[in-house]
Design a protein around this ligand. Structure first.
Ligand SMILES: [Zn+2]
Length: 105
């Protein structure tokens, strides 16, 4: 069984509603400017990062996928690029660069 499958079975069996990711990990959020292609990175320690699993959510994999899905910064949320100085549409993506311990609550 895959790790994902094991976690899923465990959460379903115990009726758990969220995952608690404990200290130790590190996540990187990157924002890519659509005007010049410049990517800026922001490294954040993952302290107590909690991922909610909605009851309507079909699987844990889905919950994790939506948490790590690419976010489009557009409209009033447009990104001001530090390189070209353009306020533009950008893609923001969170990725885990160092894996933390995972706990259930
Ligand atoms: Zn730019």
């Amino acid at each position: 069984m895959s790790i994902m499958g094991a976690i899923e079975t465990c959460t379903q069996k115990n009726g758990l509603s969220s995952l608690l990711i404990e200290i130790g990990g590190e996540s990187t959020s990157s924002v890519r400017c659509s005007a010049c292609g410049h990517t800026s990175y922001c490294i954040t320690p993952m302290y107590d990062c909690s991922i909610d699993i909605p009851t309507s959510c079909k699987s844990l994999e889905y919950a994790l996928k939506s948490y790590f899905a690419t976010e489009i910064l557009d409209g009033s949320n447009k990104y001001l690029c530090t390189r070209c100085g353009t306020r533009t549409r950008a893609e923001k993506k969170i990725s885990v660069t160092e894996l933390p311990k995972v706990h259930f609550k």
